[in-house]
Write a protein that binds this ligand. Structure first.
Ligand SMILES: [Zn+2]
Length: 84
């Protein structure tokens, strides 16, 4: 069976491939080595993406807050330094 990731022809045994009941062939398309490498590589990227998404969400919320309370924000900015 040829691994669709590395393109190597490997024996169709559990030593080289993971079983996958959801697949028609009963095997995963990627060999064990590629599956292992992929999860290792994916994890930091995934957490980075999540961090970025969180940051974007926070930015959106801040912007909405500003738009909702623009007058208050502007008043605060205008009066900064008035007490001096
Ligand atoms: Zn492979």
């Amino acid at each position: 069976m040829i691994c669709t990731k590395c393109g190597r022809d490997k024996p169709e045994t559990e030593k080289y491939f993971y079983r996958d009941k959801r697949e028609k062939s009963g095997w995963k398309f990627w060999c064990r080595l590629c599956s292992k490498n992929n999860t290792k590589k994916n994890n930091p990227a995934k957490s980075n993406r999540e961090k970025e998404a969180r940051y974007k969400r926070a930015k959106r919320i801040m912007r909405r807050l500003y738009l909702m309370h623009r007058e208050i924000f502007n008043e605060i900015i205008e009066h900064i330094g008035d007490e001096e």
